[in-house]
Design a protein around this ligand. Structure first.
Ligand code: SF4
Ligand code: SF4
Length: 322
């Protein structure tokens, strides 16, 4: 049947620190944050509840309405959806917060000590249960976000299960401070893509934004990961533009230069969350110009340039520029 939906509504789930949700997005005009169950601490998932929630969303969309939290989301697409399934093929994992970075834009900076000592639930039993119940669909997509993935105890086991299960791509967000053999294996097998948000070109700006002295280590690890990648676009650097902090053409130039000289072929550009949510209806021209400049510069250097989620929502009105 033809209606508006997205891959998350159809077959996705996001595991957050204290809730599970349809997706991990907050950048839709309706606010995202599509919670299915709140105050979640890791008990067995009630899959009937998950699929009933998705059914409720789809039924609204089939009537021509939109689930309020999804209002304005760029991932909504009107087309014929094959909605007769009760399988999961997209998983986002955000359920831990421990991290070796101190990014100025991160919500964990409200109380780093608390978030670094927070004891998360384990996802491994949930994943095993999904496999046992035949809920997991091969050919799916997994994304690790949350805190620092290389500090997550279950990480290697989970990654190996996803690879063995035939998930063709696992997206990993890492600070890049620790080198991971599991990520290296995934890059060699072409089933991992790695995003490291460097947010700066210079060492001083990197330290200022990330709150740790990790510039040389991160670029060294990035270079090694890039030398292992079998897909030339698997390793990516990201730059979260924080207006008033790292919105400088020199920093952008240096970010692209470091990316290129370390053998990386793809960049992601993003806008800082709090700034964006407060001004999304009134974006100043100079911010749009930064994105247009970075795109043109990156492409002239032979780099693949992509907008990340919030930036994609922001730039949809400026398609002629970026
Ligand atoms: S917020 Fe967007 S991505 Fe998330 S479920 Fe709604 S439409 Fe899909
Ligand atoms: S790397 Fe991620 S989790 Fe860690 S401080 Fe930065 S944004 Fe937060």
């Amino acid at each position: 049947m033809r209606y508006k939906s997205c891959y998350w509504i159809e077959s996705g789930i996001n595991f957050d620190t204290d809730a599970y949700k349809v997706c991990c997005l907050y950048s839709a005009k309706g606010g995202g944050n599509t919670i299915i169950e709140d105050n979640y601490k890791g008990k067995p998932i009630n899959w009937d509840k998950v699929f009933a929630f998705k059914e409720m969303m789809k039924n609204l969309h089939k009537k021509g309405e939109i689930y309020p939290k999804c209002e304005g989301c760029i991932f909504l697409e009107e087309r014929d959806w094959d909605d007769n399934h009760t399988k999961i093929s997209m998983i986002n994992l955000d359920y831990w917060t421990k991290c070796n970075s101190r990014c100025m834009y991160c919500h964990t900076m409200q109380d780093k000590k608390k978030y670094n000592s927070f004891k998360n639930y384990n996802f491994l039993p949930i994943l095993n249960d999904m496999i046992k119940r035949d809920i997991l669909r091969p050919n799916g997509h997994v994304s690790f976000g949350g805190g620092e993935v290389t500090l997550l105890k279950e990480f290697e086991k989970l990654l190996n299960i996803f690879m063995d299960f035939g998930f063709p791509l696992t997206r990993i967000h890492s600070s890049g401070i620790l080198y991971s053999k599991a990520i290296e294996k995934g890059l060699k097998q072409k089933c991992v893509d790695l995003i490291v948000s460097v947010d700066a070109g210079s060492k001083d700006m990197h330290k200022f934004v990330k709150g740790v002295t990790s510039y040389d280590k991160v670029w060294k690890n990035l270079k090694k990961y890039a030398s292992m990648q079998q897909d030339p676009f698997a390793v990516k650097t990201k730059y979260i533009l924080i207006p008033g902090i790292n919105d400088s053409y020199e920093e952008i130039d240096l970010w692209l230069k470091k990316t290129k000289e370390n053998g990386i072929n793809c960049v992601f550009h993003e806008i800082e969350s709090k700034w964006f949510y407060a001004r999304r209806d009134n974006i100043p021209d100079y911010i749009i110009d930064f994105f247009a400049y970075a795109k043109s510069k990156a492409e002239n250097m032979g780099l693949k340039y992509e907008l990340y989620e919030r930036a994609e929502h922001m730039m949809k009105f400026y398609k002629e520029k970026v």
